[in-house]
Design a protein around this ligand. Structure first.
Ligand SMILES: [Zn+2]
Length: 587
């Protein structure tokens, strides 16, 4: 990676210039459209509906009236009059080669477009760049007009002079809802390429529109597809320094996206560095190092092994230095009881640690969601269900993405790694690379995420180890103070060493235990506390923090500790409580 960064790329400039030229041209088209639409009046073309209600503006528009302006402003009276006077004008072009239907489509004038189509407007006619009315509708995200054109037979796959289909234009201008509509209603091919071999994902990445990037990835767009310059979407996001889009592409494409090289042998990080996007370049390099280490056993379970070693080591030391301390008297019944209680608690703690570390914390996959949708109980994660989850990518995109959250335009609910719509309370865990229901945090000491299915085990583990270490400390103090049948010897030093180690371990564990219990008593997770500003349902109308799920300490604790193991993975009860205050998980 570092070697790649240092490579000088003689032809990368050409690559960049090529894309920049394309982008500039496409912007220029937009500017021409803006100029044409706005010179007819001072009102912005987007505020034209309001202008219609203002007599002065209408009069001004009517003062310089022509059929293209009438179509652009939806001036139906003028439009009807002019078409009645000259029926051939319906397909006439203005000085720049643009037609009335294109102006109507650009400004989402559904009535005008309908009238024009009903009076012979050529639906597939292109301008000088070969862009049809549907292309124009995509510039401003004029979805109702686009839908009208499609129902009237417009071709969604019609390329313009550069090979841009309407989907490319929608991606170039960041109209996520339009892309969604084209796929869900019209089943457009999202991997169509322009003449440079670029897909809609290339364009959305290049422009840095994170939402279209997310949606296209979730629609199974090819993250690794290279254009004629050998550039993947991540290369283009890197060239333009678009961090959020780059992050999404890495989440989905992983290490292969980071190591892909273009025709000049340049990686995305190298291009970002060359273009002066140093922060993004460092981010990409860091992501590479993180991903290279993520799946190693030592990264995943290394600290868990150390944690287990610490517990076992303390237990052995307790037995050797405290229970059977050389020189100390034989334990009386009381000390023996509490010593055994220590060993029992610590051992039971290890059992719970194993459960936390290896059991499913509440992973949410498309297979799980599909089972829920179809009214079946999702399987608890096993190797078989993990294999099933991996094949979930084959699920029909329409079924997977036909979701009220997406129809409502809540693109933040998409997880680009798992390619699903995250249910309420679910968050993607970057360490396990899976979505986790009621995600609390990733615990390196357990080597697993803490979520809906293993949170209680985690808290029980903390309680058991805290109790074990507290009792062990008390037993150590008792043993230290016991009268020795022989003169006190150096063996008591072992008791002191154990007590010091024990208390240094006890303090952080006890603090974590108390903090976890306090959060459970409030029915809130660490993730929610840390990211409260991202979750609308945790904010009152005045912006103050509010937790709608807090039922009081006693009830919260009772629910947490008595919840059934097979309780629903997704908290559907939460939905009515939320109203329109759903949270956004922007991570
Ligand atoms: Zn996920």
């Amino acid at each position: 990676m570092r070697a790649c960064v240092r490579v000088t790329m003689s032809s990368t400039t050409e690559v960049v210039t090529s894309a920049q030229r394309a982008a500039r041209d496409e912007t220029a088209i937009d500017e021409r459209r803006d100029a044409r639409a706005t010179t007819s009046s001072n009102a912005d073309v987007n505020s034209a509906p309001a202008a219609v209600a203002t007599n002065d503006v209408v009069e001004d528009a009517q003062g310089e009236e022509d059929i293209w302006r009438a179509a652009a402003y939806g001036n139906m009276e003028a439009l009807k009059r002019m078409i009645a006077e000259d029926p051939g004008s319906v397909n006439s072009t203005d000085g720049a080669g643009y037609r009335p239907l294109q102006w109507a489509a650009l400004n989402n004038r559904v009535a005008a477009a309908t009238y024009l189509l009903d009076h012979g407007a050529a639906i597939g006619a292109g301008d000088n760049d070969g862009q049809t009315a549907l292309h124009w509708a995509c510039v401003r995200g004029s979805l109702p007009c686009a839908e009208l054109l499609l129902r009237k037979g417009a071709d969604l796959n019609a390329p313009d002079a550069r090979g841009y289909v309407p989907l490319h234009v929608a991606a170039q201008y960041g109209h996520t809802g339009m892309i969604y509509h084209f796929k869900m209603r019209w089943n457009t091919n999202i991997d169509l390429t322009d003449l440079d071999g670029r897909t809609a994902l290339h364009w959305a990445a290049y422009k840095g529109f994170a939402d279209p990037v997310k949606l296209l990835i979730c629609m199974e767009a090819d993250v690794h597809r290279a254009d004629k310059e050998g550039c993947t979407p991540l290369h283009w996001a890197s060239i333009k320094g678009k961090s959020e889009a780059a992050h999404c592409l890495i989440q989905s494409g992983g290490i292969n996206a980071l190591t892909a090289v273009d025709c000049d042998g340049s990686s995305p990080a190298a291009l970002a560095e060359q273009k002066g996007h140093h922060t993004l370049s460092h981010f990409l390099a860091k992501q590479y190092r993180t991903l290279m280490k993520r799946d190693h056993f030592m990264t995943q379970k290394g600290m868990a092994a150390a944690c287990l070693g610490l517990i076992v080591g303390l237990m052995l030391m307790f037995a050797r230095n405290v229970m059977f301390c050389p020189g100390a008297p034989v334990m009386d019944v009381s000390v023996a009881f509490w010593s055994l209680a220590t060993v029992a608690c610590a051992s039971l703690g290890i059992y719970y640690m194993k459960r936390v570390s290896y059991n499913d914390p509440g992973f949410v996959s498309e297979a799980v969601l599909r089972a829920i949708r179809r009214g079946r109980k999702p399987e608890v994660s096993t190797r078989a269900s993990k294999a099933a989850a991996n094949t979930a990518d084959d699920a029909d995109v329409e079924e997977r993405l036909n979701h009220s959250e997406l129809w409502a335009g809540n693109w933040q609910s998409l997880c680009v790694s798992c390619k699903l719509v995250k249910p309420f309370g679910t968050k993607h865990c970057s360490m396990t690379d899976k979505c986790v229901a009621r995600f609390d945090h990733y615990c390196p000491w357990m080597g697993n995420a803490i979520g809906k299915r293993n949170h209680r085990d985690f808290v029980i583990f903390l309680i058991l180890e805290t109790v074990a270490m507290a009792i062990a400390f008390a037993v150590a103090v008792t043993r230290y103070n016991e009268e020795s049948p022989t003169e006190r010897d150096s063996s008591r030093f072992g008791v002191v060493i154990f007590a010091i180690l024990d208390v240094f371990t006890l303090l952080p564990v006890a603090m974590l235990c108390v903090s976890q219990l306090f959060q459970v008593a409030q029915n809130i997770t660490i993730n929610e506390i840390s990211n409260a500003h991202r979750y609308a349902y945790l904010q009152a109308s005045d912006g103050a923090f509010v937790n709608p799920f807090d039922k009081g300490y006693v009830e919260n604790l009772r629910e947490f500790f008595t919840a059934r193991a097979d309780a629903p993975l997704i908290d559907v009860i939460a939905e009515p409580l939320l109203g329109n205050r759903r949270g956004d998980d922007a991570v």
